[in-house]
Structure formats: structure tokens, C-alpha cells
Write a protein that binds this ligand. Structure first.
Ligand code: FAD
Length: 698
């Protein structure tokens, strides 16, 4: 190698380093506190003990969050510690820290963890290094003997490994000498009780923390984590393009400081859940028949040029925006000026801004806050201090303290935040609530996940999703007539517009700004990213497969089957026949039979390897047939395939369906293999543990 080669290699190394550290370098150069850029802690250090000392904190709340729910709860908890005990709390993502000095924190510092469990008992992606740190500890040396901690896990009891991440972290830490304060809390999304689980856990654990730290408690007072500054004419005119109007991240702003590198970033990523890709929806269609009173959208997003790869069975995360109607109601409920331009300055270096700033109130309400979902009782108790008058304050306080009253008066009526406050004040706007409080107390708008229904073998650059449009009629005594799913109605509005169905569009109950901030979403673009999943076909195509997916649960199986069709079409596989593939599908009637025109061609292409069983649950004068019934009707074939080593896949609704299928399979195995129910249950459990029984349920 001569000197020139050496220089070229050195330059290449610098180029690669620059490419991979681009975000960090930009962060340093431009002092960006935007979360999308993946800052460590804004103090600059990743060392936990250093940050706590430098930032003068006396309490830590950590979250490991896959979808943002654990983050929401962590932030609520942190706010309460500040509001009730005046603690100096740092609330941070586990992914931004190293933990070697976890045992060197000052003696008065307690660490509260909020960790969700994802997939088959996994830690959230960002918390994997924390898991690795815990696993690497040598328990015999009791390396965490000075640490005191609390733990609240978020999971779904339908899964075998319910709250596994929180349980595992607790076990590792206590075995390494750490002391758990209170009990390990478990929020169960499967039973839809996360909120009440949290409140029950929190009430006790806060008393334990109060005792452990000998804290004085006072009336809850809101202490903002940011300084809110209204920007006036001259501040905003100087650089109007640096004001976010709802762009997903700062990289999407039109400000022209960094044209080349900015372009590079928004085109090629790397994209993740903090930095989505703006993908065009290139094709869409309504899947249900016109006679159906429901809708289901098939949407295809083009990822070409983005460097995003997916494999069959992965999930697509889609970021919604709020409806025009919900935005207007929220603005009216709190008497907000939607054009007000403001900036947020973190109160201390550990606080990360929740969205790009400066921005406008209208943009925040439309693009960054979850304004339509159900409200939590916790939100009500924090809101008490801003009640517009004494009678509302008393009522709010009563409702926030009484679980049953809250359930009948608020929850059962399907109120969102704006509905609820207007209901309590007889439609009088609440002018007393600071907007920074709403920013911190209303959850941030999160992406929704969809099981990808295309095959990465046949559609390499295009991702298909299959989304049932959520519109639910509420209880008769509620002033709110229906609730609307924010993402699925957006997809439907996009589908109608893309296919020029203006007549239907005029009759939709909700409308959106489909063009997005500064027309960024024009031509049917949406922010998306691909989340890896462990829901995968067996490597060996000869292995028999049993797929159970009613409704939109069939989505990933369309992808699986398209994979197998591609495999069977390849000449190299002519002499390698596929194992048997059974698909159990259920829907109401022919009108909502998804992809019914496609299945026969797949069956033909797979030449007998695919067999589909369909059950309808709402045919006139006909008994309901669910996937569980179909399984039982075909139990001898199911047992035969299980004896041959079949893999089982279940996708769809977690609560009723996945549990029903589990019970049906236990029954079938017990009968077919002449073993007790206990042994059959154990066998299903082992299949789940070994990855031969996989679930993709929500
Ligand atoms: P949201 O806005 O999240 O609302 C959810 C529900 O709450 C709706 O029914 C809505 O009507 C109701 N609601 C709204 N406001 C209130 C209120 N104030 N009080 C009470 N109820 C209210 N879905 C699919 O269709 N296809 C898939 O392939 C699919 N795959 C998934 C894979 C995974 C891993 C996960 C986690 C979920 C999957 N889902 C899938 C579900 C999907 O992510 C969304 O949850 C679903 O589409 C609803 O999203 P939305 O934004 O339209 O509704």
C-alpha cells in the first residue's frame, strides 16, 4: 500500500465516520435538543452519576418505552414527585445513559423504572443495553447493594411473557443487592386496566418513597419543565422557516442552513421511531363491499430510496395527525390562540423538548398531542389546580379520587379531554389552564402499528397494510355520539381522496388536513418506519404451518402466503415441496371477507399446500362460527400437523380471540394426544417458549 492508498483509506474512514455520526455532529454544531436526533442527555454525559451530580438532581425516573406508553407514565410519575414533594427529578430514556455508576448515586437518590415488554418478552429496543448491563453483573459481588428502586412494568397479559422485561430487570437488580421499594407494579393492556393498575400501584409506592426519604408532602403544584415564551412579530419574521408547523422532526423544516445534508438525512435516514420517513401511499383501496357499514383500508407505501428494509411479518409504524374537528374543539375548550408562536426552553439540561420548537399552538394540537383518546383519572387530579371556579374544582377533585364515579361519569361516556372539560363547565371554555401544562399532561401523539400484509420477497420496496377503520357508537347517555380512530380515519380519508371518491368524502364524519405542514404530506405521504418483529415463518418451508387470523389478523398471513407463493414459483424449489399450510379465517359475512379475490389464486399456485377455512359470525339464521370453532371442526388435521412439528401463528385481537384460540388448542391437543389439560397447557407453553407458537396480537 503506497501513501496515496493510505490517504484514500483515511478519507474513506472519515467519510464513513461522518455519515454514521451525522446526527451527533449536527447536534453539536447546531445545539439541537430535538429528541429525533437521539441526544444522550442534554448535559452531554451518558454517565448516570455524573449527570445527577452536574444537574443537581435528587431523584431519577427512567423509562424503557417501545410505543411511548411507558414514557407517558414515567413523565406523569415524575411530575407528581415534583408537584407533591418538590423533588428535583430527572426523567429520562434508558437508552441515553450508561449504568456503570448506578451504584454510586448519592444515598438519597431513588430510581424509579417504567419498562414495557415488547414481542416475546423482550425489552424495548432502547432498553436492550440496560438489559445487557444487568445481565453482565456478577451477583456474588452484590454490585448494586446501594441502589434503591421502584419498578412499574407495562405489558399485555395475553402474552405468555407478561411483563417479562420489568420482572427480569427487578430480579437482576435485587439479586445484585438492590432494594425494591414497594411492589413490582404491572400495567395490563390486555385487560385494558393499565391506568387503574398504575394508580393503585402509585398510591402505595408514593407513601413508601415518602417514608424512605422522609419527605414533606404539600398540595400538588404544577412546576413547568420548560420556560414557555411567546414569540412576537419581530422574533418570528427573522427566520419564519425555522418555525415548526408540525413537521415530524427538525430535519423536515425548510430552513436552509444545511440544504445538502438535510436532504441526505430525510431521504436516506437512518430512520427509526424518533425519525420517521415520509413515505408516499402509492395505492389504496377499500376492502369491504359497499353493502358493509364498516370500512377497511388496504394501503401501499413506497419505501424505495429510503434505505428502509423490511421482512415479511414486520410492523409498519404510521404517525397520524388529529382531525380538524378534534383540533377545533380542543382549541375552543381551552380558549387557545392557535396562531400563537412560542418557544420552549428546558428548565434544566436533563429535559428534552417533546417536539421541534419554536412552533405554534395550532401545530402542537394537530400534530403532537393525543387529544382524542380516553382521559386518565391522573390527568383529572393534576387539572384540579387549574379549575376555572370552585364548584368545578370540587367536582373535578371528587371525580379524580373516586374510581367508580370516574368510570360512570367520564370513562363510560367516552369523553376525550376537550369533551370532558366542556361537560364539566357546561360548555364554558377553560381559560385558566396554561398551555405548557397541556403539553406536559396530555400524552404525545404516538405512531400506530400495522402488521405488514405484503411479502418482502415479492414487494421489496412497497409495504402493504390492512387497517380496519375505527368508528364506535358510544353509550346512549353520552353527549358524544361516536368515537373515531385517529389513524384509520386518516387512512380512509386519504384513500377516498386518492381514488377521487368525493361524494363519499363529503359524507365522512371527520376531516383532516391531508397536505400536512407546509404541504409536506402532499401526494398522500405519511411519516412511517418499520419495526422489526419476531413473527416469522419457519426457516424450513417443509415445516407445516397453522395460521389463525380473523379480521385484520389475516394481514401478516397474506404476507406469509405471498412469500410461499414466491418460493414455490422459483425453479430451484421445484423439487422441494412445501409443508401443509392451514389458514383459519373468520369475519362477519361475505361483505367483510378480506382479500377474498386473492386466496383462490394463492391456493392454485401452492398446489394443495394451502388450505383455507372460513367462518362467518353474522349470517342471518345461521349459528356464529369463529376461528376457534373452525379449529375444533378440523381438529384431527391440526393434531396430525402438530405431531409433524407444525408451527402455530395467531394474529388479531388480543383479549377475546387470542385467549379463545389458546383454550381451543389446549382442548384439541389434550383430546388428540390423549393427555391431561394440564399437560396440554404445559405443551402449549413450551411451544410458545421455543417460538413454535407465535402471537402478533393487539
Ligand atoms: P385510536 O385513535 O388509537 O383509537 C382507538 C380506539 O379508541 C378506537 O376504536 C376509537 O374509536 C376509540 N376511542 C377514541 N377516542 C375515545 C375515547 N375518548 N374514549 C373511548 N374510546 C375512544 N390494526 C389493524 O387494523 N390492522 C393491523 O394489521 C394491525 N396490526 C397491529 C399490530 C400491532 C403490533 C399492534 C400493536 C396493533 C395493530 N393494529 C392493527 C391496531 C392499530 O395499531 C391501531 O390501534 C388501530 O388501527 C386503531 O388506531 P386508530 O389511531 O385509528 O385509533
Amino acid at each position: 500500500m503506497d501513501a496515496l492508498d493510505g490517504w484514500i483509506l483515511a478519507l474513506l474512514a472519515v467519510a464513513v465516520a461522518l455519515y454514521y455520526n451525522f446526527a451527533t455532529i449536527k447536534d453539536i454544531l447546531y445545539g439541537d435538543t430535538d429528541k429525533s436526533i437521539g441526544v444522550s442527555s442534554a448535559s452531554g454525559s451518558r454517565d448516570i452519576a455524573t449527570v445527577i451530580k452536574e444537574c443537581d438532581k435528587d431523584y431519577i425516573v427512567f423509562y424503557g418505552s417501545q410505543t411511548g406508553t411507558a414514557e407517558d407514565y414515567a413523565k406523569m410519575f415524575a411530575k407528581e414527585l415534583v408537584g407533591r414533594f418538590s423533588l428535583k427529578v430527572m426523567c429520562a430514556d434508558l437508552e441515553n445513559f450508561d449504568f456503570e455508576t448506578l451504584n454510586e448515586l448519592p444515598a438519597n437518590v431513588i430510581v424509579s423504572f417504567f419498562i414495557s415488554t415488547y414481542g416475546e418478552g423482550d425489552f424495548p429496543d432502547g432498553a436492550v443495553p440496560f438489559e445487557e448491563f444487568l445481565t453482565s453483573l456478577d451477583e456474588t459481588e452484590q454490585p448494586l447493594n446501594k441502589l434503591r428502586f421502584t419498578m412499574f412494568g407495562l405489558g399485555n397479559s395475553t402474552y405468555e411473557f407478561f411483563n417479562n422485561a420489568a420482572k427480569k430487570a427487578t430480579k437482576n437488580m435485587t439479586e445484585s443487592g438492590a432494594t425494591l421499594i414497594g411492589r413490582l407494579g404491572s400495567g395490563d393492556d390486555g385487560a385494558a386496566t393499565t391506568d387503574e393498575d398504575y394508580l393503585a400501584w402509585k398510591e402505595v409506592v408514593l407513601d413508601d418513597i415518602k417514608d424512605a426519604l422522609a419527605l414533606n408532602e404539600h398540595e400538588q403544584v404544577y412546576e413547568p419543565s420548560f420556560k414557555y415564551t411567546v414569540l412576537l412579530g419581530q422574533d418570528t419574521e427573522a427566520d419564519p422557516e425555522s418555525i415548526s408547523l408540525g413537521e415530524p422532526t427538525k430535519q423536515y423544516l425548510p430552513c436552509n442552513e444545511l440544504p445538502f445534508s438535510k436532504q441526505l438525512n430525510v431521504q436516506t435516514g437512518p430512520f427509526n421511531n424518533a425519525f420517521p420517513y415520509l413515505a408516499p401511499m402509492v395505492r389504496s383501496k377499500e376492502l369491504f363491499a359497499p353493502e358493509s357499514n364498516r370500512n377497511c383500508i388496504h394501503a401501499e407505501f413506497d419505501l424505495s430510496g429510503s434505505n428502509i428494509k423490511y421482512s415479511t411479518g414486520d410492523h409498519l409504524a404510521v404517525w397520524p395527525s388529529n382531525t380538524n374537528e378534534a383540533v377545533q374543539l380542543f382549541i375552543a375548550a381551552f380558549d387557545l390562540n392557535e396562531d400563537e408562536v412560542f418557544d420552549l426552553t428546558p428548565a434544566d439540561p436533563t429535559v428534552v423538548l417533546p417536539f421541534p420548537c419554536p412552533t405554534t399552538i395550532g401545530s402542537v394540537v394537530r400534530y403532537y398531542l393525543e387529544i382524542t383518546g380516553p382521559i386518565s383519572r391522573q390527568f383529572f387530579s393534576a387539572l384540579v389546580q387549574f379549575a376555572p371556579n370552585n364548584s368545578i374544582r370540587t367536582r373535578l377533585s371528587e371525580l379524580s379520587k373516586d374510581k367508580d364515579l370516574f368510570a360512570t361519569e367520564i370513562h363510560s361516556k367516552c369523553f376525550n379531554v376537550a369533551d370532558a372539560v366542556l361537560y364539566l363547565s357546561n360548555d364554558m371554555p377553560w381559560k385558566t389552564v396554561p398551555f405548557e401544562f397541556l403539553i406536559e399532561s396530555v400524552p404525545l401523539l404516538k405512531p400506530r402499528y400495522y402488521s405488514i400484509s405484503s411479502s418482502s420477497m415479492t414487494e421489496k420496496q412497497t409495504v402493504h397494510i390492512t387497517a380496519i377503520v375505527e368508528e364506535n357508537v358510544t353509550a346512549e347517555d353520552s353527549p358524544v355520539k361516536s368515537t373515531f380512530g385517529v389513524t384509520t380515519n386518516l387512512l380512509r380519508n386519504m384513500e377516498l381522496s386518492q381514488n377521487d371518491d368525493e361524494t363519499t368524502m363529503e359524507h365522512t364524519s371527520v376531516s383532516y388536513n391531508l397536505d400536512g405542514p407546509r404541504n409536506l404530506f402532499q401526494d398522500y405521504k405519511l411519516p412511517v418506519y418499520v419495526r422489526r418483529s419476531t413473527f416469522k415463518l419457519p426457516m424450513n418451508p417443509k415445516t407445516p404451518v397453522i395460521m389463525i387470523g380473523p379480521g385484520t389478523g389475516v394481514a401478516p398471513f397474506r404476507g406469509f402466503i405471498r412469500d410461499r407463493v414466491k418460493y414455490a414459483s422459483q425453479e430451484a424449489n421445484a423439487n422441494a415441496p412445501l409443508g401443509k399450510h392451514l389458514l383459519f379465517y373468520g369475519c362477519r359475512n361475505q361483505n367483510d371477507f378480506l382479500y377474498q379475490d386473492e386466496w383462490p389464486s394463492y391456493a392454485t399456485a401452492l398446489d394443495g399446500a394451502l388450505e383455507m377455512f372460513v367462518g362467518f359470525s353474522r349470517l342471518p339464521d345461521t349459528p356464529k362460527r369463529y376461528v376457534q370453532d373452525l379449529l375444533k371442526e378440523n381438529e384431527s388435521q391440526v393434531v396430525t400437523l402438530l405431531k409433524q412439528g407444525a408451527f402455530i401463528y395467531v394474529c388479531g385481537e388480543a383479549k377475546g380471540m387470542a385467549q379463545g384460540v389458546h383454550a381451543a388448542l389446549v382442548d384439541i391437543i389434550s383430546r388428540g394426544m390423549f393427555i391431561s389439560t394440564e399437560d396440554a397447557t404445559e405443551m402449549v407453553k413450551m411451544m410458545k417458549t421455543s417460538g413454535k407458537y407465535q402471537e402478533d396480537v393487539w
